[in-house]
Design a protein around this ligand. Structure first.
Ligand SMILES: [Zn+2]
Length: 240
């Protein structure tokens, strides 16, 4: 049996691409890391696959209003982090799996932005204990990102009209059951709280409880690597 090493990830990138299914996903998963990389001088780009238009349990909600609200929320959150570019691809919420050409669309973004780090969902996480099933958009989106990174974006005969090949060296997968890599977010945890709580449509009214939950999770992850606050990921190192 091989044991994977747990690492403190301190690589300083110049370009980062985060690709997530819903408008709030990146902030919950990795806002502290994104803010840290921005502070270190990186260009950070966020691609949101869906419009988030079904993100409610309230049947009286107007989907178009919700989409507009969620677009505003993700842009406000990005501002708090210093994320340079937010693109909402606008796939209908819940329909990532049936999107034609999604891998090609993601390859196009990777080859244009040319990031050293791609951050996305761990699509292999299905059950979190016995109380949560990972959203199908997270699973379908995560697999599409992996398929776009390896091998498609790195090999020129895949989608040759989408720009020159680019090998992403680091893939960090959040929402994972196998975190082996932790980013120290001690200096940016306050920005994470601001970014996550910008997504008011997705949260209970008790924002103090939300903020405390975010901080407690970061403290738990930080303990793994001996820092005050961290975000955990599964790390893939790809050499091409
Ligand atoms: Zn989501």
């Amino acid at each position: 049996m091989t044991t994977r090493r747990t690492e403190l990830f301190d690589f300083i990138p110049s370009k980062v691409l985060a690709i997530y299914a819903h408008p709030d996903d990146a902030d919950v998963a990795c806002a502290g890391s994104l803010a840290k990389w921005v502070a270190q001088g990186a260009d950070v780009h966020l691609v949101v696959l869906t419009d988030g238009g079904k993100g409610t349990h309230d049947a009286a909600t107007n989907a178009n209003t919700l989409m507009t609200t969620r677009s505003d929320e993700v842009h406000n959150a990005a501002k708090a982090l210093g994320v340079q570019e937010v693109e909402l691809m606008g796939i209908p919420d819940g329909e990532v799996a049936s999107r034609q050409n999604l891998i090609e669309e993601i390859v196009a973004r990777i080859r244009t932005i040319r990031p050293e780090i791609v951050v996305s969902h761990d699509p292999t996480a299905v059950f979190f204990g016995s109380v949560y099933v990972n959203h199908q958009d997270h699973r379908a989106g995560g697999f599409a990102v992996l398929d776009a990174v390896a091998p498609a974006a790195a090999m020129p005969l895949y989608f040759p009209s989408r720009g020159p090949a680019h090998q992403v060296r680091n893939v960090l997968l959040s929402g994972t059951l196998d975190a082996d890599c932790f980013v120290d977010v001690t200096d940016t945890i306050d920005q994470k709280v601001t970014a996550v709580t910008a997504h008011r449509s997705q949260l209970s009214d008790d924002l103090e409880w939300v903020a405390e939950s975010i901080r407690q999770q970061a403290i738990r992850d930080g303990k793994v690597v001996g820092v005050a606050a961290a975000e955990g990921f599964r790390h893939l190192r790809l050499d091409g």
